[in-house]
Each structure stands twice: as structure tokens, then as C-alpha cells.
Design a protein around this ligand. Structure first.
Ligand code: ATP
Ligand code: MG
Ligand code: MG
Length: 592
């Protein structure tokens, strides 16, 4: 599709495919058990990408960008994208998050299976992996590095290690343990594994260069001691690999071609290559090994994209769970009324670049409107209702009579059919549609003015009633005969105002939750959460809606005329009463 904006990652992939760079992937020495891991993935010419979340929380809009990017590129180039749980941090990871992540990826419309994988005939082709399944291999890779003189067990305290690492201006200094013999290192590493050392007593470090200008190359830690039960491997291990060591190995074992990550990892790339070059030399992994490419992470104004900060919102009760419709989690966005199509359009529009920045929240809403407007059924709902009485109804139409009205389900799609509702003596209208005295530019209800009840008749306002506090309690009007919408002569009287309404006789009551940006701060995350939150991010109203909405089901989006896009709340059980969430207003009105 040449209409799609291209980006640097497409150029990289196209070049690799053209040059056949991954076509001849092979092992330098004896493939051993790495080949076993890669079994079924030796399909050399294919682009293999991965989305590697850590199962320590729910996915958010930033992850959607990464999911979209990797799965779409894989699809575009006839490859496959793995869903890999990067579960090397036992304390923070839980099955609940594994399940939620799988759901979210599936909901976005991506499956991890490859229909025509020639390397796996007759096997389930689901490419879902767990980093923790590679712990045995990672352990052997560590012993290999020790044997090659490329790693050592450092028994300095964490404090000492930090203090001797140096900084941007100062080279680091060698640990006294750096010159241990290979035999001694091996024995100490096995002691770590066998539980003979307490947590924190030692780490395995790569032996690279304590004077490297890149601090990540100053003998980074590869393994640490941590007595914690892992959601997958239980208590099998008391040492766990560090992310920087584990991640390149995961990519290599899965025969990933392009390991796409965000810019924060740019400084890790030299270590990524160092490690995989060494393991390839040792014949533990195939060559050429995967390469890392970085792009700018997605930042959206008024939104936080950090699982840690999102967890804080949940735990401190600022929101009602991970799927609160104000949350930027995929579960929250889904409940809010966002669709996979809207999120993908948003990701595409936000671009894939090397330089970061903030995308305006308004463009997220714009993507939702642009995808829903062409397809969402229309409906009328009155969000802040006040009763309007048609005082001449009984004499003109007959007491108790209800007049049938129809409207198109969608103004541009006659094939979507018509909707029907009634007009009677009493209707609900918006409180803001009435004024005692006409403000400048106001053409709705005030005494003496005529407006059309949309899809119904023209009425002439005769007055309004207020209680002792000045609160409007009722509006009165007279129906103008022979003006019904769609009948001959309907346009004989020209009116400037066309108001939405529902008849008291057939309207269904509904709770409507009007959501706004969760954070008032445009770039939240700098200060304390409670100072940055928008205190008006949720307003609940008791509304009346068109009768057809009684049958609305979760996931079905409607455009409430004048008001925006709404979906039934998916948390409402049957019979609990109708609840609608506002996904987005008709237009961006933030700060206006
Ligand atoms: P968090 O800081 O919220 O925990 P993370 O980056 O640690 O996020 P992971 O589960 O490790 O979360 O991330 C999985 C993938 O999603 C990584 O490849 C990461 O680069 C990517 N990702 C996370 N946040 C964003 C973002 N805002 N924009 C683009 N990609 C992102
Ligand atoms: Mg992470
Ligand atoms: Mg992070």
C-alpha cells in the first residue's frame, strides 16, 4: 500500500529482505539446545518481530503503539510477530496480568499464529512465549561466558558497585573480584544458584570495560540472587537474569530478526550486540543475530503511560480499577468506548520516528470520532433533563395520544434503516435549551420563539416555571399544527432552532457518565498525582434516552445527537439499569 507513510523501520526491513540478510542464518559451533528452542522457527527468510511486555500490569496506549507497529510490520512483510512475556522479575509478575495482556492483544485484532508456517506442519502455530522458559538456557549462556573469561562473580555490595561505576566524566574502577580465575567464578556462580549465598551477596557481571564511555558497558550485571517465587517457575531458581542479559537472548532464541524498542534502550544496544556476538562465537545462537532498532515512545498529553504510575492510581483509589474508563489502559479505553480501529488509526497518525514529543489527547479523540462517525447509529438522549409541556396537545391531538416519529439510524446510510419513537404532551428537553430572556445569538427556547422538536413538530415557547431557588422546573410551549417533519408543509414555518428531546411516555431512564481527561496537567508525571488530576474527570447525570437504547449492548457505540459518542458500560450486569459512558464529545472542547 503506497499510500501509507513510510518510515525508517520499513526501510531497514526492506533492505534486509532484499539483501537476504537473515536467509542464511546458521550456528557457528554445535547448535546444542539453542537449536531445540529455535525448532520450528528456522524459516530463515521470514521477518520475525516480537512484542515483549513484562506481565506486571495492564497494557496502556503506549503499548498499543508497539503492538500495532510490530504486528502490522510483520503482516505487511509476510512475517510473524511473537507475543513474549518478559517475565524475569518474579516479585512483580502475576498470572492476572498475563491473562489481561493476552486479552488486550487479541482485542486489538492481532493473533500470534502463523497460518502457513512451513517449519511447523501440523503443530499449533501460536507464537506465544515466556522468557522464563529460557532460564535453563540463560544459565548455560552465563556459564559459557564465565568459561570464556567474559564474566565474573562480584561480591562487592550494591553500594560499592554503584560507587565504582564512575559517571559520564569519570571512568569506573575495577572490582577486586574482577581478576578471579574462571574456576573460582564458576564455583561461586554455582554457589549462587544453589542457594549458598544470601540475597544481594553477589552478582554475576560481564567483563567488558570499566572505562567505556558507555556506562552500560562497564561490566553490567547479568544475574542477581533473589529468593522469590516465580509465577511460572515457582521456587526452582533463586537467581534471576537481569533484563539486559535476558532480553537479547530471548530475541536470539526466537530467531527474531528486528528487535524494535523505544529510545531509552539506545544506550543498551552496544551490550545487546556484544552479548549476542559472544554467544554466536560460542555457537550458542545463530548468526546473524537479531538487531535492535529504537523509535520514539508514544507520549499523549493528559495521559500517563507508565505501569508503575498507573498502578499507583489504582492502589490509591483515584480511579475505579485498571479498567476505569478514564484510564489509558487498553481495558479502560475499551470500556470507555474506544475501538481497535480508532486506536490503530491513532497509532498510524502519530507516526514512527526517532525523535520524541507529545501527541495531543485531542488527536486520540479525533481518531475515535473519525472511525465512529461513518458507522455509529444515531440516537437522541437528554442529559440534563427538564420537562416541557405542550399545553395545547390534548385539544389538537387528543388526550393521551402519542404521535409516532421516525428518524434515520444514520443520515448517510439509508440501508441502516429507521428508528421510531413517540411524541406526546410531555417531553424531556435539555435544561440549557431554555432561557427566560433571549441571550444574543441564542435561537432555542424563550417565550415567543419557535423551534422544531427534531424529527417532530414546530413548537412555540410560552414560558418557563422556576422554583423558589430559581431552578427551572418546567417549560411550556404550544404545538404549531401541520408542521411535522417529513409531511407536506413542514417547512412552511422557518425556525432557527432544532432541539433534541425524548417523550416522557417512551423515554428510558439511563445513567450517563460524562468522562473528561483524567489529568488536568498537560504533561503529567512531573508532580504529585493528586495535584495533577482533573477533579472533574467524571460527571454522572440521570438522563433520558430514546426507547431503542434500552436494547443497547456492551461494545455498541452510538452517536447521541449533539452530545458525542457513547457506549453502554460493560460492567453493568443484566437488569442493573442502563449506564452509558461518554467516549468522546462531538468536538474537542477542552479548555474552551
Ligand atoms: P512501563 O514503564 O509502563 O512498565 P514498559 O516499557 O516497562 O512500560 P513493557 O511491558 O516492558 O513496559 O513494554 C513492552 C513493550 O512496549 C516494550 O517493547 C516497550 O518499549 C513498549 N512500550 C511501552 N511503553 C511504550 C510507549 N509509551 N510507546 C511505545 N512503546 C511502548
Ligand atoms: Mg518494563
Ligand atoms: Mg518502563
Amino acid at each position: 500500500d503506497t499510500s501509507k507513510p513510510s518510515h525508517f523501520l520499513r526501510h531497514v526491513i526492506e533492505n534486509d529482505l532484499q539483501q537476504g540478510n537473515y536467509a542464511g542464518r546458521r550456528w557457528g559451533g554445535s547448535p546444542g539446545d539453542a537449536a531445540h528452542h529455535a525448532q520450528g522457527m528456522q524459516d530463515p527468510a521470514r521477518v520475525r518481530l516480537r512484542f515483549p511486555p513484562e506481565p506486571n500490569g495492564y497494557l496502556h496506549i503506549g503499548h498499543a503503539k508497539s503492538i500495532w507497529l510490530n504486528f502490522e510490520l510483520a503482516r505487511e512483510y509476510g512475517g510473524v510477530c511473537h507475543l513474549r512475556f518478559d517475565d524475569t522479575n518474579p516479585e512483580k509478575e502475576e498470572q492476572e496480568y498475563v491473562d489481561a495482556i493476552r486479552d488486550a492483544v487479541k482485542w486489538l485484532g492481532y493473533d500470534c499464529s502463523l497460518a502457513d508456517d512451513p517449519a511447523r506442519p501440523g503443530q499449533p502455530n501460536e507464537h506465544v512465549y515466556f522468557a522464563s522458559n529460557y532460564f535453563d538456557f540463560m544459565y548455560r549462556a552465563a556459564e559459557y561466558l564465565i568459561g570464556a573469561g567474559l564474566a565474573y562473580v562480584d561480591e562487592q555490595s550494591a553500594e560499592q558497585i554503584r560507587a565504582t561505576r564512575g559517571d559520564f566524566n569519570t571512568p569506573g574502577t575495577d572490582s577486586p573480584f574482577r581478576s578471579r580465575t574462571q574456576d573460582e567464578n564458576l564455583a561461586r556462580f554455582r554457589a549462587m544458584r544453589d542457594g549458598q549465598l544470601p540475597d544481594g551477596a553477589a552478582v554475576l557481571r560481564a567483563k567488558i570495560d570499566m572505562a567505556s564511555p558507555n556506562i552500560n558497558m562497564r561490566d553490567p550485571a547479568l544475574y542477581r540472587i533473589r529468593r522469590a517465587t516465580h509465577h511460572n517457575t515457582g521456587d526452582t531458581w533463586c537467581i534471576y537474569p537481569m533484563y539486559t542479559f535476558a532480553h537479547p537472548i530471548e530475541d536470539a532464541l526466537e530467531q527474531i530478526t528486528h528487535s524494535i524498542c523505544t529510545l531509552e534502550f539506545e544506550d543498551q544496544r552496544p551490550f545487546y550486540d556484544w552479548l549476542l556476538d559472544r554467544l554466536a562465537e560460542g555457537g550458542l545462537i545463530a548468526s546473524p543475530h537479531p538487531r535492535q532498532y529504537e523509535f520514539a515512545r508514544l507520549n499523549v498529553t493528559h495521559v500517563i503511560t507508565s505501569k508503575r504510575r498507573l498502578r499507583q492510581l489504582v492502589e490509591e483509589g483515584h480511579v475505579d480499577g485498571w479498567d476505569d474508563p478514564r484510564m489509558p489502559t487498553l481495558a479502560g479505553l475499551r470500556r470507555r468506548g474506544y475501538t481497535p480501529d480508532a486506536l490503530k488509526l491513532f497509532c498510524e497518525r502519530s507516526g514512527v520516528t526517532k525523535s520524541g514529543g507529545w501527541i495531543d489527547y485531542a488527536s486520540l479523540e479525533a481518531a475515535l470520532r473519525d472511525t465512529l462517525d461513518p458507522v455509529a447509529p444515531r440516537a437522541m438522549a437528554v442529559l440534563d433533563p427538564v420537562k416541557l409541556v405542550v399545553t395545547n396537545w390534548d385539544e389538537l391531538m387528543g388526550a393521551g395520544f402519542l404521535d409516532g416519529c421516525t428518524a434515520p439510524v444514520h443520515p448517510h446510510h439509508p440501508e441502516m434503516g429507521k428508528r421510531s419513537f413517540k411524541l406526546g404532551r410531555e417531553v424531556w428537553i435539555e435544561r440549557t435549551d431554555y432561557e427566560d430572556v433571549q441571550p444574543k445569538g441564542f435561537f432555542r427556547l424563550f417565550p415567543g420563539n419557535k423551534v422544531r422538536l427534531k424529527y417532530g413538530h414546530v413548537i412555540e415557547c410560552t414560558g418557563g416555571t422556576r422554583d423558589a431557588d430559581g431552578k427551572l422546573t418546567e417549560v411550556q410551549a404550544k404545538l404549531v399544527p401541520d408542521t411535522k417533519s417529513g409531511t407536506p408543509g413542514a417547512d412552511a414555518i422557518k425556525v432557527k432552532g432544532n432541539i433534541t428531546w425524548v417523550a416522557a411516555a417512551d423515554a428510558v431512564p439511563a445513567e450517563v457518565r460524562l468522562y473528561e481527561r483524567l489529568f488536568a496537567a498537560a504533561q503529567p508525571g512531573a508532580g504529585e498525582v493528586q495535584d495533577e488530576l482533573n477533579p472533574n474527570s467524571l460527571v454522572v447525570t440521570q438522563a433520558y434516552a430514546e426507547p431503542a437504547l434500552a436494547k443497547a449492548t456492551a461494545g455498541q457505540a452510538f452517536q447521541f445527537e449533539r452530545h458525542g459518542y457513547f457506549v453502554p458500560d460493560s460492567r453493568q450486569g443484566a437488569g442493573a439499569g442502563l449506564v452509558f459512558n461518554r467516549a468522546a464529545g462531538m468536538k474537542d472542547s477542552w479548555g474552551k
